[in-house]
Design a protein. Structure first.
Length: 276
């Protein structure tokens, strides 16, 4: 169990997190999403030890004296490490800094990347693969992935996700992903956390969230339904309802639709921005 207790953090005078609390269970995969500026990347950096909270405590659950960085794989949203090195040199340097086993760069080689070229000569997508190849090889207990996978082409992204799934199945690490492309990781996430202006607005398992959200097509719906978002689609009103409870007889079954994670999160996002 990883606990963030009463965490506060600010960049200068800009407050990002205030009295923030979060618990992560061992072995679960969590997606954190929400509008820009809500603190998603900051949470990952705090968990990774890149940033130190101004108040509050982070307990990774390790034995006393353990450096959490030795057990953490962190893929940030900006790739700035080791670019003057080759992947082979970077893997050796990383192992020396963090005291971990040196990566054999299996993922990079699988993707056909020349590990003797300088990293700055590689495409952004290839740099992401190299970075993941290094950090996943250290048998991490915590994997943190920020929103950088959009820069990876579909073929390399498929290779990356296959490797991530293999690590998750073999080692059962806790995985925290910041993402706005929900389709890519819908099948990986156990739990969704939506950060809004007032902190955590939603914290649900993916299965429960899908079961409790519905699209209702109707000109008007009863006022007791909690509507996240209303939109006009080809001349018809679509109401996104969460949490949805079936009230028989009020709305015809054919006007009630299930939704995928992308549709649901888009509705939460629109609700946060005040779109209707």
């Amino acid at each position: 169990m990883i606990r963030m207790s009463d965490i506060s953090f600010a960049y200068g005078s800009t407050k990002i997190l205030k009295d923030f609390n979060l618990e992560l269970k061992a072995g679960e995969a969590v997606m954190i999403t929400g509008p820009n500026g809500m603190g998603k990347s900051t949470i990952l950096r705090l968990l990774a030890g890149v940033l130190i909270p101004q108040s509050g405590e982070i307990d990774h659950g390790y034995t006393e004296g353990t450096d959490p960085r030795q057990k953490t794989a962190f893929l940030p949203d900006s790739l700035s490490i080791y670019k003057s090195m080759t992947p082979l040199e970077a893997a050796k340097f990383h192992a020396g800094i963090f005291g971990t086993k040196q990566s054999r760069l299996k993922l990079a080689k699988k993707a056909g990347i020349d590990v003797n070229r300088h990293i700055y000569e590689l495409s952004i997508g290839q740099q992401v693969i190299v970075h993941m190849s290094i950090i996943l090889s250290t048998n991490p207990e915590l994997i943190l992935i920020d929103e950088v996978l959009h820069s990876v082409d579909p073929y390399l992204r498929d290779i990356l996700f296959r490797e991530l799934i293999e690590v998750m199945e073999e080692k059962s690490p806790t995985v925290v992903m910041v993402n706005l492309n929900f389709h890519d990781i819908e099948h990986l996430a156990d739990r969704v956390i939506f950060l809004g202006r007032d902190g955590i607005r939603l914290d649900e398992s993916v299965d429960e969230l899908k079961a409790k959200t519905r699209r209702i097509i109707a000109e008007e719906i009863p006022p007791e339904y909690h509507v996240l978002l209303t939109e006009n689609v080809i001349g018809k009103k679509h109401h996104i309802v969460y949490p949805f409870e079936r009230k028989y007889g009020e709305i015809a079954d054919e006007n009630i639709r299930e939704m995928d994670l992308t549709e649901i999160m888009t509705a939460f996002m629109g609700g946060e921005y005040g779109v209707s």
